[in-house]
Design a protein around this ligand. Sequence first.
Ligand code: PLP
Length: 388
Amino acid sequence: MTSPIMNTYGRYDLSFASGEGAYIVSTDGRRFLDFGTGIAVTSLGHCHPHLVKALQEQAATLWHCSNLYTIPNQDRLAQRLVDNSFADKVFFANSGAEAVEATLKMARKYHDDNGNPERYRIISCDNSFHGRTMATISAGGQEKHLAGFSPIVEGFDHVTFGNLNEMRGAISEKTAAILVEPVQGEGGIIPAPDGYLKVLREIADEFGLLLIFDEVQTGIGRTGKLFAHEWSGVTPDIMSLAKGLGGGFPIGACLATEKAAALTPGSHGSTFGGNPLATAAANAVLDIILEDGFMDNVNQSADKLMKRVKDIGAKHPKVIESVRGAGLLIGMKCVVPNSDLINKLHDLGMLTVPAGDNVARLIPPLNIGDTEIEEAAGMIEKACEELG
Ligand code: PLP
């Protein structure tokens, strides 16, 4: 029988019925350690009691109301994001691509408002991923995402990630902004080289450009700080968030400084963006992530997991070439096809997800403990033994 689902995903032969903490249970009753978290989404694990309670209470109170009205949960969430970041203003969307789309529109509008409509071009990086809308595939610039969708959205220039000479060389009098991921996620868990973001900040200031960080995958604690750019000591003018922000409930956000926040009534909007349910979920996520000591635990777990996986990689060079990443966003660059490792881990009872450059990604819940780390390490080691 053919599926009525449009054929946009290459799917594993797995479906899930329930989840609890770091574990997810398939419809045929198998229990998996979930180190994929729905691609960096269920950052507090499945069915976290605090999130369940917040969503149940909100579901029994008010699901949705239009952005024509003030939404108290949204105000509260925006204020908390502002209080804990570089930003002064927040726009809420429903996904990562929409959050990035808002950053792009904002950059163009900022220069238009300042009397420079010719400054519309955005420099982004090869091998980046910013979403699947027309503008965000154009920003990503990857042939495999663009094929068949010409003409692409005009106005993106691409440079090699990490190469500052190319970045400088790409700037013209038409450049509006620079858009980068602090760690390329889909591209293969590639952290920006040391000092790269800092120099991008200097370049942006020198040429009057806006600096946009896409933290859809790296934001909300994933790298051991609330936002990955905090490790660099510099801040962007604009930032996109999604994934972990809702802990599994769809929500995206575009944060900006007062100066960059050029979107005005009528120039942008979203029916669902930041609705009462979504912002109740995200506030509940922040209740936990902003607790004292939470990020210390993330960093401790990240150090342990990274060390364990690096040791396993070193023992099995025929399976794992190298291990890299930031915080609890870890990439195992494989020698064997990454799908072999991922499928073997499925057989052993663990979920991981692929990324570019033949990488298998470990993106566990941020609140894992030593037991889950040891269990994961045991399964990765066994998978390597069987594959090697
Ligand atoms: N930006 C980055 C850095 C991402 O990793 C992703 C998704 O993987 C997106 C944007 C797009 O997010 P979404 O799939 O929610 O539209």
